[in-house]
Design a protein around this ligand. Structure first.
Ligand code: ZN
Length: 356
C-alpha cells in the first residue's frame, strides 16, 4: 500500500514492489499487522510531517508484527515461523548512545516507514535485534500496539522512577500511546488520572480502571486534581502532546518532588517555566525522546503478568484510506491497526522469492 504523491487518504493505493530479501544480520518478516500513527502516518502521507524527507513513491508503516519468513547470515535470535513484533527505529549501532543501549539518542536514528520503506506491505526486512519474539496468546494487532508504545511508556516510567501507589496524570489518554500508558501505569500499581478533552471517551477510559477522567482545559482542573489526591497533587505527569494551553494548570497540579515527562511537542511545545516554583518544590521536567530496545523488551514482562494494550479497531490493509480518515477524525480510543490477513497471525510463511 503506497502513495506516489502527498495528499488526502485516497492517495494510498496498492502497488507492486520488489520483495525485500534479508542481508547478514537481518530478518524478513511477513507482516500480519501494522500500526497507524497520527504523526508518522497521517502527516507523512499529507506531506506535513515536521522532519521526514520522503522519497516518492513511499510505503508507510512503522511498528508492526508478523511471522519471520527468512533470516540472513549470522542470525540466531529468531527462526522462520517465529511470531515477532518489530521496533521501528534503525540506528547506526556504533555511536556512544547506541553502545549505551539508548537508541533513542542515536543521532543518525531513522524510523521505518518514514525514512525507509515501511510495513504497509506483505514483507519487511529489519535488523534481527529489532525483531522481538511475541509470547503465545498475544495476537498481531496487540503485539503491534505493544511493541513501540509500550517501549516508550516503559522508558518514561523508568526515567521518572515511577513507584507503585504514586499518582500519575496522563494527558491525551485516549490516544494509542496515552491509553497504553494509562493502562500500564494502573498495571504497575499507580493511581491514574486520565486527561482527555473528549467527554465521549470517558467511559472507555474508566474501563481501564483509572481513578478519574478529567478535562485539562476545564477551569476547575487543578482543584479537581488536588481534591482527588488529598491536596498533594500528582507525583508524575506524562505529556506526549506538549500543549502550551494546559502547561500552567499541569504544573499547578504537580506534587512536591513531582516529575513531568515530556515526549512530544505536537501541539506547540513552547511553555513558560516558573523556576522558583520548580526548584523550591524539588520538581523535575524530564525529556524522553522515545523508547529503546531495553524498554521494548521490558513490556513483555508486563504482558506475561497479564497486561494488554487497548486496540481500538483493526482495518484490513485494503481499507488503509478508511483507517486514515478514522484516525484523522480522532474517532479512536486506543491503537488503530491495519491487518494483512483475515485470520490471526498470517498463515505459514512463504519464503520471499527473489524478484528477479
Ligand atoms: Zn548510533
Amino acid at each position: 500500500m503506497a502513495f506516489d504523491h502527498f495528499g488526502d487518504p485516497d492517495v494510498l493505493q496498492v502497488q507492486e514492489v520488489d520483495t525485500p530479501l534479508p542481508g547478514p544480520g537481518e530478518v524478513a518478516v511477513r507482516v500480519a499487522a501494522v500500526s497507524v500513527g497520527r504523526l508518522l502516518d497521517l502527516s507523512a502521507r499529507a506531506g506535513t510531517h515536521p522532519y521526514a524527507r520522503i522519497t516518492l513513491p513511499h510505503v508507510l508503516g512503522a511498528e508492526h508484527a508478523g511471522t519471520v519468513a527468512a533470516v540472513g547470515a549470522g542470525v540466531d535470535s529468531v527462526r522462520p515461523g517465529d511470531h515477532v513484533a518489530v521496533v521501528p527505529i534503525l540506528t547506526c549501532g556504533s555511536c556512544a548512545a547506541c553502545a549505551a543501549g539508548a537508541l533513542e539518542a542515536c543521532e543518525s536514528a531513522r524510523i521505518m516507514g518514514v525514512h525507509t520503506r515501511g510495513a504497509y506491505a506483505e514483507y519487511t526486512v529489519v535488523p534481527a535485534e529489532n525483531a522481538l519474539v511475541v509470547p503465545d496468546g498475544v495476537g498481531p494487532a496487540e503485539a503491534t500496539a505493544l511493541v513501540w508504545s509500550g517501549a516508550v511508556a516503559e522508558n518514561q516510567f523508568e526515567q521518572a522512577g515511577l513507584e507503585p501507589g504514586e499518582w500519575v496524570l496522563v494527558h491525551g489518554a485516549s490516544s494509542a500511546l496515552g491509553s497504553l500508558t494509562a493502562a500500564l501505569a494502573v498495571h504497575r500499581g499507580a493511581r491514574v488520572i486520565a486527561g482527555t478533552r473528549s467527554a465521549e471517551k470517558r467511559q472507555r477510559l474508566l474501563d481501564l480502571k483509572v481513578e478519574a477522567v478529567v478535562d485539562p482545559t476545564d477551569p476547575g482542573f487543578t482543584e479537581t486534581v488536588q481534591a482527588l489526591t488529598g491536596g498533594a497533587g500528582v507525583d508524575l505527569v506524562i505529556d506526549n502532546l506538549g500543549d502550551p494551553e494546559i502547561w500552567t494548570a499541569t504544573m499547578a497540579a504537580l506534587a512536591v518532588r513531582g516529575r513531568v515527562v515530556t515526549s512530544g511537542a505536537f501541539l506547540g511545545g513552547k511553555v513558560e517555566l516558573d523556576l522558583l516554583r520548580l526548584y523550591s518544590r524539588s520538581q523535575r521536567v524530564i525529556g524522553v525522546r522515545s523508547g529503546n530496545l531495553r524498554s521494548a523488551r521490558r513490556i513483555w514482562t508486563a504482558v506475561a503478568a497479564g497486561f494488554r494494550p487497548v486496540v481500538d479497531r483493526a482495518f484490513p490493509i485494503a481499507e488503509a484510506a478508511e483507517a486514515h480518515r478514522y484516525l484523522e477524525a480522532s474517532a479512536n480510543t486506543g491503537r488503530v491497526v491495519l491487518t494483512t490477513a483475515d485470520d490471526d497471525w498470517a498463515a505459514a510463511p512463504d519464503t520471499p522469492r527473489n524478484p528477479s
